[in-house]
Design a protein around this ligand. Structure first.
Ligand code: ZN
Ligand code: FE
Length: 236
């Protein structure tokens, strides 16, 4: 599987998953850059991570194709025609997709685990699990976010995480504040700064790297996660 990262809006990422004639899109953030990235290729499916406009604003620009999302978002996710329940699996050509319901950022958030025939597994996490961070709790509780992050982390150390926004550098600033003695965080800040200096995306990262550097994943319990989340809301 070839994954093309499509920068959209100010700091969103959409992803094209390309393999043996399949061309699936994670999050139709906005139509124009996605059309440009597609070129002559035809879209096979849209996997929507959640109903926020910056993730689904382009859904209706691609009529007639399957649009996946969580069943509970049926009345607010534009174009949803393949509602998913937690744990549903389906095949897009050579790609095995598993939907993980991961409430926290929103109540209908879905992370898509993608297993190609060859190559590493990926998980597309939307705004639930960010590299070195986690999404704001717009609808869910700290307990839901805690469970959702750990469910994603349990997919395996080698799995590649691709999230919905380029927030990694600012997330790492907070990570260094939360864990001033974490050497892995310091090293990652430098690596990420180099990438960003070349305007390169920081996605994806492995679960293994996240376990070492993501303060929300390293929070021992729900109360700690809740404290970190509210500290981060006021952190600059
Ligand atoms: Zn969102
Ligand atoms: Fe977003």
């Amino acid at each position: 599987m070839q994954v093309e990262i499509v920068p959209c809006l100010s700091d969103n990422y959409a992803y094209l998953l390309i393999d043996e004639g399949v061309c699936a899109l994670v999050d139709a953030c906005e139509a124009a850059p996605i059309r440009a990235a597609l070129g002559e290729r035809k879209l096979t499916a849209i996997l929507s991570t959640h109903h926020h406009h910056d993730h689904v604003g382009g859904n209706e620009a691609f009529p007639g194709i399957p649009i996946y999302g969580h069943r509970s978002d049926a009345d607010r996710l534009p174009g949803l025609n393949h509602p998913l329940d937690d744990g549903d699996t389906f095949q897009l050509g050579p790609l095995r997709i598993r939907a993980h319901h991961v409430p926290g950022h929103t109540l209908g958030a879905v992370a898509y685990e993608v297993t190609p025939r060859v190559g590493p597994r990926w998980v597309f996490t939307g705004d639930t699990f960010f590299l070195a961070g986690c999404g704001r709790l717009f609808e869910g509780t700290p307990a839901q976010m805690f469970t959702s992050l750990h469910r994603i982390a349990a997919l395996g150390d080698e799995v590649l995480v691709a999230c919905g926004h380029e927030y990694t550098a600012s997330n790492l600033k907070f990570a260094a504040h939360a864990e001033p003695d974490n050497e892995a965080v310091r090293a990652r800040i430098e690596a990420v700064a180099k990438l960003r200096a070349n305007n390169a995306p920081t996605v994806p990262a492995t679960i293994a790297v996240e376990k070492e550097t993501n303060p929300f994943l390293r929070a021992a319990d729900v109360a700690t996660l809740a404290r970190l989340r509210s500290e981060k809301d006021n952190f600059r």
